[in-house]
Each structure stands twice: as structure tokens, then as C-alpha cells.
Design a protein around this ligand. Structure first.
Ligand SMILES: C[S@@+](CC[C@H](N)C(=O)[O-])C[C@H]1O[C@@H](n2cnc3c(N)ncnc32)[C@H](O)[C@@H]1O
Ligand code: SF4
Ligand code: SF4
Length: 325
């Protein structure tokens, strides 16, 4: 029986390279992606966001290094540094270099882009950053958002000229007039970045789009690459039917590690379930893999959905029975 499999030995030595679990375990249960909050503070106050504060200090480098080592011991494949705003962390390039030294297959970050001047971009190049994701809410600032093209064009130009890592720029529907999201996607494509579209959800994780926003969403999706369209079918179902069930593997294939070092399923369920990362075991990964998450049908967390996709064929007790209703 799966829950009785022996826990594999883990090397938690402070200085040596952490020893990941066996390949067979990793392929079955380890995180494809862990998002690590490096600082909760943010320079902006986007009206839709509940993931920032205005006062907290950066998580110290040594504490984050311990967390990264532990994530490696759990067999984590990819890391994404996030916040708050991760570029407010004074040791961001050193952290990225540490991720590369520890041997994660993919090291990326999510940023609002406001501090991406050429000097920082050059430091990120040198640190070995592989990917950055920036979402832009529209063209002109409004009372909900400052994360707009008018404020970010110079930063995008600097990225175009200096970045040696992949840059994904998402147009966002829900924080500005929808046609502005189309403009963002056009600019992103023209500048040679990878274009995407994202949807703003409310504090309960629900989408509330009007017909104009739905039409714009459809127009943008038509212009995106085929692979993205296929994966993004869940967004179409959410937009049109209000629900798109899936077997969420958060806590296993996808981890959200907050500033206190707690593993959460995702940023939206921080009050629902958590466990200290330093006490997290391979048994926890296995248990959370099979755990049914009742919030799955209306979930808007794209990275948790994509990290769960490969295991769609595998069982999750409770999933089919509950979806039959
Ligand atoms: C919490 S932010 C942290 C990184 C950085 N500050 C930024 O804005 O990209 C990570 C992502 O979550 C998105 N986000 C925050 N609140 C959201 C919401 N209510 N609906 C959809 N996306 C949201 C942001 O737009 C951003 O793309
Ligand atoms: S920039 Fe990012 S973390 Fe800051 S308020 Fe906006 S979405 Fe939230
Ligand atoms: S289904 Fe979505 S909201 Fe629920 S735990 Fe998974 S990622 Fe989080």
C-alpha cells in the first residue's frame, strides 16, 4: 500500500549538496514547482491583491538558503521566487545564484518590474536567472493599479536590451478597460517577449467577467501560441461555465512557501492548510498528492493547474465521486 512505503533517507547536511530522493519517487511525487516568498513587502498596492504588506523585512538569506536546501531534498524541480515584490530583497541575485548552485532545473521569479533597471538586469543575468514573469494590468494607471504600460515601458525596453533570460509578459483582464489588455499583449509580442493573458479573481478566487471582458479574452487567446491555448482551456471553461474541475496536486507537485517558512497549497488557501517546510517529509508529499481539494472546480491558480496536469490520469480518492454530482 502506498502510504506504507518506507520514507527514503534524506541528507540534511548543512553545507554539502542536499541529496534528493530517488528518481522514481521524484517522478511520482516531488514538486514540479515551488514558489518561495522572499519578502512580503511590496512597493505597490494593487487593488485586487491580498499578497503583500507595507512593512515586513526581507527574509534573511541564510533562512532562505535552508528552505532552498530543504526543497531540493524533497526533489523539487523548479523554483520561482516571489513576494510581495522580490526585487525589494537586497540579496536577490545571490539567492538566484544559490538556486542554480543547488541544482534546480529551472530558476525563475515573478516581479512587478518597477525596479528592473539595466544594472539589476545585468546582475540577474550574471546570477543565472532563467525566467521572469511580469503581469501588466493595462495601459494607463487607475485607482486599482499602477502596474501599467505607461509606467513600465522603459523597464520593458531595458529588458529587451539587456536580459539574457526568458521574459514572459502577461496582459491582465479585470483591473483596467479590457482593450488595454490587448494592447499589452501586442506590445509584449512586438518586443519579442512571451505573451500571455491572465484574469483577475476576487478574494474568494472567483472570476467575475462582464461580456466585454469575455470577448476580449477570446480575442487575445486566438493570438497566443497553440500550446498555451490547449493548456488554457480551463480558463475558457471558467469564463463560460464558472467551473473547471481538476485533480489539484498542491502540497506535492506545487508548493507555495510563505515568508514564515510554511508550506501552503497556494496563496489563496493560506488560512486553510499549512505545514512547516523544515518538518515536511516525503510522506507529506505523497499524502498531499492524493488529498482531495474541495476548491478545485473554480480554482484560478494557473501554476498549480499546470503542475497538476501530468498526473491527471492518476487517482485522487474522492475526486470522481464528488464530480459526478
Ligand atoms: C502576488 S504577485 C507577486 C509578484 C509581484 N509583486 C507581481 O506583481 O508580479 C504574483 C502574481 O499574482 C497576481 N495576482 C495578485 N492578486 C491577484 C488576483 N486577485 N487575481 C489574479 N492575479 C493576482 C499578480 O498580478 C502577479 O502576477
Ligand atoms: S505588485 Fe504584486 S505583490 Fe504588489 S500589490 Fe501588486 S500584485 Fe500584489
Ligand atoms: S485547487 Fe486551486 S485554490 Fe484550491 S488548493 Fe489547489 S491551487 Fe489552491
Amino acid at each position: 500500500m502506498l502510504l506504507q512505503e518506507p520514507v527514503l533517507r534524506q541528507d540534511s547536511s548543512r553545507n554539502g549538496t542536499p541529496k534528493p530522493p530517488s528518481l522514481s519517487f521524484r517522478l511520482r511525487y516531488s514538486p514540479f514547482l515551488a514558489q518561495l516568498v522572499v519578502i512580503r513587502r511590496c512597493n505597490l498596492s494593487c487593488g485586487y491583491c491580498s499578497e503583500y504588506d507595507k512593512s515586513s523585512q526581507p527574509v534573511p538569506f541564510e533562512v532562505l538558503e535552508e528552505r532552498l536546501r530543504k526543497l531540493r531534498e524533497l526533489g523539487t524541480f523548479g523554483i520561482s521566487l516571489t513576494g510581495g515584490e522580490p526585487t525589494l530583497h537586497p540579496e536577490l541575485p545571490r539567492l538566484i545564484r544559490k538556486c542554480r548552485e543547488l541544482g534546480f532545473l529551472r530558476t525563475g521569479m515573478i516581479s512587478n518590474g518597477f525596479f528592473l533597471r539595466p544594472e539589476l538586469i545585468e546582475k540577474l543575468n550574471k546570477s543565472g536567472l532563467q525566467e521572469i514573469q511580469i503581469s501588466i494590468d493595462g495601459v494607463h494607471a487607475n485607482e486599482t493599479t499602477q502596474k501599467v504600460l505607461d509606467n513600465l515601458k522603459k523597464r520593458l525596453q531595458a529588458l529587451k536590451e539587456h536580459a539574457r533570460f526568458e521574459v514572459t509578459v502577461s496582459g491582465v483582464i479585470g483591473a483596467s478597460p479590457p482593450e488595454e489588455a490587448e494592447e499589452v499583449v501586442s506590445v509584449a509580442s512586438e518586443m519579442g517577449f512571451t505573451p500571455r493573458v491572465l484574469l483577475v479573481h476576487d478574494s474568494n478566487g472567483q472570476l467575475k467577467l462582464n461580456s466585454n471582458e469575455i470577448k476580449t479574452f477570446e480575442n487575445i487567446v486566438k493570438r497566443l501560441p497553440k500550446s498555451w491555448k490547449e493548456f488554457s482551456n480551463y480558463r475558457k471553461r471558467l469564463v463560460h461555465q464558472g467551473s473547471s474541475p481538476f485533480k489539484c496536486r498542491a502540497g506535492s507537485r506545487y508548493l507555495y512557501v510563505d515568508e514564515f517558512g510554511k508550506v501552503n497549497w497556494c496563496s489563496q488557501t493560506r488560512a486553510v492548510w499549512s505545514k512547516n517546510l523544515m518538518n515536511y517529509t516525503l510522506d507529506d508529499l505523497r499524502e498531499q498528492f492524493y488529498r482531495y481539494k474541495s476548491c478545485h472546480a473554480t480554482c484560478t491558480i494557473g501554476c498549480a493547474r499546470s503542475a497538476s496536469q501530468l498526473d491527471n490520469w492518476r487517482r485522487q480518492p474522492g475526486f470522481l465521486a464528488r464530480n459526478a454530482h
